[in-house]
Design a protein around this ligand. Sequence first.
Ligand SMILES: [Cu+2]
Length: 134
Amino acid sequence: MNTLKMRRFAGAGMLAAACLSVAVWSSQASASTARAAAAAHTVKISANPSGMLKFTQSSIKTTPGKVVISFTNKSPLPHDVVLINSKNKVLGKTPIFAGGTKSFDVTLTAGKYTYYCSVPGHRAAGMQGTLTVS
Ligand SMILES: [Cu+2]
C-alpha cells in the first residue's frame, strides 16, 4: 500500500466515523423529544360537586415526568389541591377557589404522593387522595 492509498483509507474511515456519530446524536435527540412529548400529561382532580368534603378520585396513577395537576371545583364550597411528597414537602398547589379549573405543573419521579385540600377541616374530613407515579 503506498502513502496515497493509506491517506484515502484513513479519510474514508474518518468520514464513516463522522456519519456514525451524527446518526447516534440524532437518534438520541429524537428519543428525548419523544420522551418529553410523552411526559406532558395531565392528572385531573375534581371536588365532589355536591359539596361533600372529598375529591371525586381517592387514588390516581400516572407516569414519571412533567405532570399538569388540573383541579376542577364545581362544589359550592371553596377548595384547593395541595400536592406533597412522602416527606410532607409541598410540591405545588392551586389557590383556594370555587368554580372553574386551576392547575399547576410539577415534575414527578416514581413514588407515592398525597393530594389534599388545605381549607381548615377538609383534609381531616377525608378530602385527600393518593397519587402513585410508576
Ligand atoms: Cu376543601
